[in-house]
Design a protein around this ligand. Structure first.
Ligand SMILES: [Zn+2]
Length: 313
């Protein structure tokens, strides 16, 4: 039995998105609260992140963009894009902290002996592009995690599994011409951000290392299971990842207000079990998972808690 690391900071609350925004402070806070009270709480070690070092952030974003986000937040602007990505004065610092949770999670599984780590963080990251905030995301946390694992630990094969209901366009772009990162995304289509076609498979030497599995609205867990076993699992076994990262969004849940997929908590448990099997087979068991979306609070808390409980088994 090994412990699972949970990376969390109470300051994640301070990224203020206003009173009516779905990506709100309670999301991470309520999950963290549930994890502290759950009956497997003694299996969790709590780690506090530091703000990410600029050199790690700037492997994924341009220096000008980092500066733009810093100045936008400090100058009192209310959004970092045309409207959906709300910011406040503290948002730059908290986005650095969320990306710091990515780096801390990689250290946990590659240096500190944890098999599994979960970053209970916000803002989310997978829509953030090299020079553009999008879809509630400022910095691309999971891409920063992957590039940090590559550069600091010399990993050659990292799988990013993105089961957030929206396509992880920013993550895909970050590694579109890399054969070292296998980016796999399950997402509803059509849906924001309207990218992630199955024929988008990577560029040049990265061709074949992007696997998009768009799913139609209203499908359920059975559909996901067949797709994962028939399309995804063979790719992962071919790739033999040394580390598995999960962009863990829970907005494919049937109760989620922003999408129209019918997963239940047991389906997130099943996907987590699958990921732990692949990690056991190829990656010495190592999984780092980071919170992305999920906007129906009770369902988000239930599914995220069950996800972490499954990582603890
Ligand atoms: Zn999402």
């Amino acid at each position: 039995m090994t412990q699972t690391a949970v990376i969390y900071h109470p300051d994640f609350d301070l990224h203020d998105t206003g009173p009516h925004h779905p990506e709100r402070p309670e999301r991470a806070r309520l999950i963290a609260g549930a994890l502290r009270r759950c009956d497997f709480a003694d299996r969790l070690d709590w780690l506090q992140p530091e703000p990410v070092a600029v050199k790690h952030l700037e492997r994924v974003h341009s220096p000008e963009y980092r500066q733009f986000i810093e100045e936008s937040c400090l100058s009192g602007r209310q959004t970092a894009d045309s409207g959906e990505t709300a910011i406040s004065e503290e948002s730059y610092r908290i986005a650095l902290l969320a990306a710091g949770a990515s780096v801390r999670g990689i250290d946990a599984v590659l240096r500190d002996g944890y098999k599994h780590a979960f970053a209970c963080s916000r803002p989310p990251g997978h829509h953030a592009r090299y020079e553009q905030a999008m879809g509630f995301c400022l910095f691309n946390n999971i891409a920063i995690a992957a590039s940090y694992a590559e550069s600091q630990y010399g990993l050659d094969r990292i799988c990013i599994l993105d089961w957030d209901v929206h396509h992880g366009n920013g993550t895909q772009e970050a590694f579109y011409n890399s054969p070292r990162i296998l980016f796999c995304s399950l997402h509803q289509m059509p849906l924001y951000p309207h990218t992630g076609e199955s024929y988008d498979q990577g560029l040049e030497i990265g061709h074949g290392f992007t696997l998009n599995l768009p799913v139609p609205p209203q499908v359920d867990g059975e559909y996901y299971r067949s797709l994962i076993e028939e399309e995804l699992e063979p790719e992962i076994d071919r790739f033999r990842p040394e580390l598995i990262l999960i962009s863990a969004g829970f907005d494919a849940h049937i109760n989620d207000p922003l999408a129209d997929i019918r997963l239940q908590t047991k389906d997130f448990v099943w996907m987590t079990e699958k990921a732990t099997q692949w990690a056991g087979r190829w990656a010495d068991g190592r999984i780092f998972s980071q919170l992305e979306g999920g906007y129906h609070l009770p369902s988000l808390v239930e599914a995220a808690t069950a996800h972490v409980q499954t990582l603890c088994r």
